[in-house]
Ligand binder design. Sequence first.
Ligand code: DX5
Ligand code: ZN
Length: 216
Amino acid sequence: MRKILIAPSLLSADFMHLEREIQNIEAADADILHLDVMDGHFVPNLTFGMPIIRQIRALTKLPLDVHLMVQNPGDYYQPLAQCGVEYVSFHQEAVTHIHRHIYVLRDAGIQAGIALNPATPISTIQPVLPDLDFVLFMSVNPGFGGQKFLPLVYDKITQARLLTSNINPTLKIEIDGGVTDANAEALIDAGADMLVAGSHIFGNPDYTRAIASLRQ
Ligand code: DX5
Ligand code: ZN
């Protein structure tokens, strides 16, 4: 059976106590830590950048998954590579020369992913599907935690699996936005490999239980 990776999104953590939050998430059996970088332009919200990511890197051995919701994601690749993050996704809607972005990331030893907003069809990235390590399908419009899940993402997962079963069978599918124990099983059944969850995990007093509820 394939391994399902649970990636808590730090966006919903208590930012006054980040060190403790990250240690608790690690102890609660998370697989990956999802870091939402927002620039106030690509999305109407602002979060954190390299100084915080460097400090997080020094603090945890969890693989880091950086989701770039920014207008110029290319500005981040070199610093992220030097910092030693494992996964980076940039938005299809933010870039013009998609191949260039994928190759810069892969050459730097980073797993490269493209994120798609809910209204962006998978056909917009079909030519690069063989070159990707993962795709990130947004199941809310990006910018904020705690939004309502959009079920249109199920079709995208099914389409992605059909399109890549021959050309890129190891492609990972990551789902981000409104993921809870009410939809996790259906997402996994549809073919998702990585589930991001912010409010479902950090809004629960028991992180171990919240993470376990997504795996089952
Ligand atoms: C939203 C971010 C998500 C967000 C998910 O733009 O990309 O990673 O933190 O939060 P929940 O799980 O609360 O929808
Ligand atoms: Zn995200």
